[in-house]
Design a protein around this ligand. Structure first.
Ligand SMILES: [Zn+2]
Length: 109
C-alpha cells in the first residue's frame, strides 16, 4: 500500500506525517489533528516495530476519523470499534484486490 503525504478531502489538504515517538509519547499508533489538518502515524522504528499491514490499517483508521469529522458525524467518529472494524475491512479489500480509483484508470475495456 502506498500512503501519500497529502490527502485532499472536501476542500481540505490533510498532511500525513510519519513520526518516530508517537507510541512512546502518547501510547497510540496513529492520531488525527483536525486543527492542524494532519494525520500522524507511528513509524516502524527500533523498539516499536510495525508491519505494513498495521501501518496500513492505522492510516485507514485515521482517514475514517477524518471522513466522519468532515461529514459532521461526531457520534460515529467517537465509535472506536466501528472505526477500527471498518479500517480492517477496507484494508483487506484494498490490499487483496487490484483496485485503483484515480481518474483515468477506470475503463470498460
Ligand atoms: Zn481511533
Amino acid at each position: 500500500m502506498k500512503i501519500p503525504t497529502r490527502i485532499k478531502m472536501l476542500g481540505r489538504n490533510i498532511k500525513v506525517k510519519f513520526v518516530k515517538d508517537l507510541t512512546r509519547r502518547n501510547d497510540t499508533n496513529g492520531e488525527t489533528h483536525y486543527r492542524f489538518d494532519e494525520i500522524l502515524i507511528q513509524k516502524n522504528v527500533e523498539g516499536t516495530p510495525r508491519s505494513d499491514t498495521q501501518t496500513g490499517i492505522t492510516f485507514l483508521h485515521e482517514l475514517l476519523h477524518w471522513s466522519f469529522y468532515v461529514m459532521g458525524e461526531q457520534e460515529l467518529n467517537d465509535n472506536e470499534k466501528l472505526v477500527t472494524n471498518m479500517a480492517e475491512v477496507l484494508y483487506q479489500v484494498l490490499a487483496k484486490n487490484d483496485i485503483d480509483l484515480r481518474d483515468g484508470r477506470y475503463s470498460e475495456k
